[in-house]
Design a protein. Sequence first.
Length: 315
Amino acid sequence: MGFKKDAAEKSLEVATDLVKDNATNLLGMLFPYSGLKKKAVEMRMEQIEKSNLPEETKIALLLNMKKEFKRLKNQKAVAEIAFNEAKEGTDFSEKSGVNDEWFERFMDAAKFVSSEDMQLIWGKILAGEFEKPGSTPPNMIRVLSEMTPKLAQAFRAICSMNVTYFGIKENVVNCECETIIAPYKFDIIRFDELFSSMIFNLSMYFNELDSLGVIRLESIDITYISEKYNICLMNIENKYEMCVLDKSGGLPAGNVMLTDVGKALRKITEPVKIEGYREMVKEYMIKKGVEFEDINDYIIEKDEGGVLTITKKNK
């Protein structure tokens, strides 16, 4: 009986080691943040409670351990999100190319992130770094550490103000430019009305997001599209608009630009529907001298290679 018991225990140990080895290989650098430290904290708390230490000392130690436990839960959540969000086949091992020092600093900062919405952002950024090591902007950790859920909500709204320009020459699209159009300076009252149901007075967050380093505010309107194009197709909320460029060949694009960190964050940011945005953009464009034509006067076709052609109907 004793022999059988020893053999069973040995088999269990081998099986446990195999599970740990498989988990380690699968999760790679994320593995230490996926449960092992949590168990260690729980064991340590039990030891403190059973110890002969003075009661005041026990309370102080347990409070500190509970704080540590919460931080480990935060790291665990971020690590698991990164693993689940990453593309299939992503290498999480030490051979992945992710810088050890960067990873340690990232996870050290992640222990203070308790908001589920923010943990999702941190996890997606970490997933992107493992997918393409070295692609995360250097100041991303600092930006994420200072970003509040409210600022993240405001940034999401800005990222949703997306317009794609198509420069047309000889009926064929020769130029495509995707940009954020957030013309908050052209009519503050009108602009804030769009977001009254989403976030109070969105315009007040622009300066904070600029200081954070995810957007840059420009004193004058940015213009896009070269002078070699005289008409432009615009895609606003998956609907086309046709406009005629002015003599400078430019189209206004608001007063906001995304920084490198902002562009990286935008890739993982789900857009939100902004009621009335399409109408506001057209109103803004018209005030800037852009002339719109009836889109129904044009035939828009896309060939098998995805090339757009735009021809005017014969009247």
